[in-house]
Design a protein. Structure first.
Length: 258
């Protein structure tokens, strides 16, 4: 028997952005089959479950590099619908980590559940639209993952920033203004703390043959190159800027063959 279709956030956004929002639900979490629903605030308590989810996709046993890759799947789940709400609808999503539930499918993030009233009122100012995503959700989750993995928070923030900045600057109309606000501020909203997103993505002028100029680069590597068989670096990997001409030529050939 097929599982019942559940209404998603996608039904409440303009059609072109529906695919960004199909895995966000409101209300009491529902799971099917072998899926597992976990409070988002407890994800880092079960690191072995997370690693078990990502290990079939990557060889090697470097837990720090593997958890970094797992976090990319997580950010690709939670960031897109939050950006559609904030940029397209100009409405915030209340997504405090303590109020969020994540559905894991085979250990990988599959769906996000928020309270029924999570979608807030329209607001033209960027701070109210992005505060809950960044301060109440990403910041505590990254702190927990960092402690569990014994990995610097900046690695996870770079993964989140890569998703945030690319979507805002390249895929959402007018999103570049919001990206400038998020990535150009030294202070993290009203917390009094340093902004972990500050210049996390850089556009670097370069004369290296084969690289676009300006070259879009993460400030911090995601560690994927530490895993066996992961020879091809991410397109925004900062290592591409410092490698030799011969090493860069190998990367460009691998990308052409991909």
């Amino acid at each position: 028997m097929n599982a019942p279709m559940l209404p998603t956030f996608a039904a409440r956004v303009p059609g072109p952005y529906a695919p960004w929002c199909e895995r966000l639900f409101f209300g009491a979490p529902a799971v099917v089959g072998s899926d597992v629903a976990l409070p988002a605030a407890r994800l880092a308590d079960d690191v072995e479950r997370l690693l078990a989810g990502v290990r079939p996709l990557y060889d090697g046993d470097d837990a720090r590099a593997l958890l970094s890759q797992w976090s990319k799947y997580y950010f690709n789940l939670v960031v897109p619908p939050a950006l559609v709400a904030a940029r397209v609808l100009k409405r915030p999503l209340a997504m405090a980590l303590s109020e969020s539930t994540v559905v894991l499918r085979h250990g990988l993030p599959h769906a996000l559940w928020l309270p029924y009233d999570a979608l807030g009122d329209e607001d033209d100012a960027p701070a109210p639209r992005y505060r809950s995503l960044c301060v109440e959700h990403l910041a505590p989750l990254i702190a927990q993952l960092s402690r569990a993995a014994r990995l610097a928070p900046r690695v996870f923030w770079a993964n989140a920033a890569n998703t945030l900045e690319y979507a805002l600057a390249h895929e959402l109309p007018g999103g570049g203004c919001d990206a400038d606000w998020l990535f150009g501020r030294r202070e993290f909203f009203d917390t009094g703390e340093a902004n972990p997103l500050y210049r996390a993505i850089r556009y670097v002028d370069t004369e290296r043959a084969g690289l676009a100029s300006p070259f879009r680069a993460r400030r911090v590597c995601c560690l994927r190159d530490r895993l066996p068989g992961q020879t091809l670096l991410c397109s925004a990997c900062p290592l591409l800027l410092s490698m030799s001409d011969a090493e860069l030529a190998v990367q460009l050939t691998l990308r052409e063959e991909e």
